[in-house]
Write a protein that binds this ligand. Structure first.
Ligand SMILES: Nc1ncnc2c1ncn2[C@@H]1O[C@H](COP(=O)(O)OP(=O)(O)OP(=O)(O)O)[C@@H](O)[C@H]1O
Ligand SMILES: [Mg+2]
Length: 150
């Protein structure tokens, strides 16, 4: 199997990390800016980790909000450079839903509501035209996830 780069797109508390744990943790590397919060240049660090995974042929998931085309473009370019299959998952939950799920989170996992509003303002749904080989829409549904190709 060739390399694979999976890019998540979605608001805070849309279920990305939960979906990662259920579906990818056993097979894919996990790259998330939450895992290097104290790094000065988190974008650069993220790129380095994604590149290292692709270079050694390990499938990798970028678990961040990745709200804009500009956030995704360098990742997609990196994937292409290494001939990886590029797969997108759009966690298509609205602000109200995410605020509610965020309110039920504990401690550090809970983000300020304003962060969800700010991401929602910038979020541009991903499209195949950006260079995704496969694209899915994901919605949390009664503790499980509904996934549809788009
Ligand atoms: N399928 C689901 N059904 C119901 N609740 C869910 C589901 N998936 C996740 N949740 C709950 O929603 C909250 C947010 O989930 P999660 O931490 O996975 O979101 P996230 O998108 O990774 O957020 P962040 O961008 O802030 O890291 C958690 O409290 C989680 O328990
Ligand atoms: Mg998360």
């Amino acid at each position: 199997m060739g390399a694979e780069l999976v890019i998540f797109v979605g608001l805070q508390a849309s279920g990305k990390s939960t979906f990662f744990r259920g579906r990818f943790a056993a097979t894919h590397e996990h790259v998330s800016k939450d895992l290097f919060r104290n790094n000065r240049n988190r974008n650069r660090r993220q790129g380095q980790l994604v590149e290292a995974a692709l270079r050694s042929g390990r499938p990798v998931v970028v678990d961040n909000t990745n709200p804009t085309v500009e956030d995704r473009r360098p990742l997609i370019e990196l994937g292409r450079q290494f001939g990886a299959r590029i797969v997108g998952y759009h966690f298509d939950s609205g602000v109200r839903e995410c605020l509610a799920r965020n309110a039920r989170r504990e401690g550090k996992a809970r983000v300020p509501d304003v962060a969800i509003f700010a991401t929602a303002k910038r979020l541009a749904p991903p499209s195949r035209a950006e260079g995704f080989d496969e694209l899915y829409r994901v919605r949390p549904n009664g503790g499980a996830f509904e996934v549809r190709a788009c």
